[in-house]
Write a protein that binds this ligand. Sequence first.
Ligand code: BGC
Length: 427
Amino acid sequence: MLSFPDSFRFGTATAATQIEGGCTTSDWYAFAQQPGRIKGGGRPDVACDGWRRWRDDLAIQKSLGLGAYRMSIEWARIEPRPNEIDQAALDEYRRMLGAMRDAGIEPMVTLHHFTLPKWLADRGGLLAEGFHTRLARFARVAAGALGDVCRFWITINEPNVLAAQAYLLGAWPPARQSPTEALRAHHRMLAAHVAAYRALKDVLGDDAQVGVAHHLRLAQPARPESSADRMMAHVFARVFNDSFALATCTGRMYGPLDALVTGPEGFRVAEARGTQDFFGINYYSRDVVRFSPGHAAELFAERSVPPGVEVSDLGWEVYPEGLGMIVRAWAQRSGVPVYITENGIADATDSRRGPFLVRHLAQLARAIADGVDVRGYFHWSLLDNFEWAEGYGPRFGLVEVDYATQDRRIRDSGHLYAKIARERVLP
Ligand code: BGC
């Protein structure tokens, strides 16, 4: 029987822009108004109306008996204009986090989940001079206002995904397609993470637990007999998957190249070593990689899904074994406790989410039985929500949202997850 210790936390995860609505001062708000940017023309203007309905959503989470909740606070809402802090917004987040704790739910707060205040994006966003100082200052403000109601913090969500989508693939703001800018953005975010980590620890002391939500995938060669494919899988894994996460563990990002790049105010990659108290993993899928001269911008790696495998509504392969491998490898590399800060599936019919949950949790239960220090699992997501450039099509929620009426309905997979969390064993 696969089981979980009493201390293991079962939770869900969301992000501000994807659920809250009612924030007009972010780069994503502006981006989504531009025709053709978001599939189906979806905009985050209302999303799940979570800014007004958070009490109802908290009640749903509580009714499911899930004792942890990862959310983000919207920087653009809290600092709508440079150096102007909206105290009312901070107070509302404070009420949210306080209510969560009263309900016996442990919060984990992300400072930066893909979005920026528009004024900062206009000044160059991640590449703006002083971006790292800005994030650190925001971290201080957030810690000062919310530190007594929140112990777990994430500085940045998925820096590798953001660098790639925003600066390489041109799919997210500022919609650039420049490999050098993507590498620079990645490096800048590392400097910003380090600055924010220090700011949080400085204000909150050692009791605060601070990490990064690293997006990690498995990269495997499409034709294992092909040395070009093997090489591509290796390069892709090293540069996209591992470099930021490795930097936080070992102080090395791109190996010998690190010495050539100096960041803002002389930031060196080596400073990132040991800047996380836990290791956050967002895991969704694996990539099967083949060498392709046509994919120069993606380091000559063409990613695909093996024929005949189970996929999500977004075409992502369902590959639970990858979670087991990644958890084991990174628990060892990082030497700190691991949390699965995201894992989930786009599945509108809810026919695959239940088995998906069980199979991924089974990987964790086995790892824990083998002595790997995994402390919690946050399912993405509590609610259906705004899926960035994919709009409102993909349905990731344990709870279905009817966007016309804002009605919520707990899906069968939601009930199944509640049962697992309650009984602490897998069916
Ligand atoms: C992100 C979420 C996103 C989810 C599903 C992660 O990359 O952190 O914001 O909704 O994956 O695509």
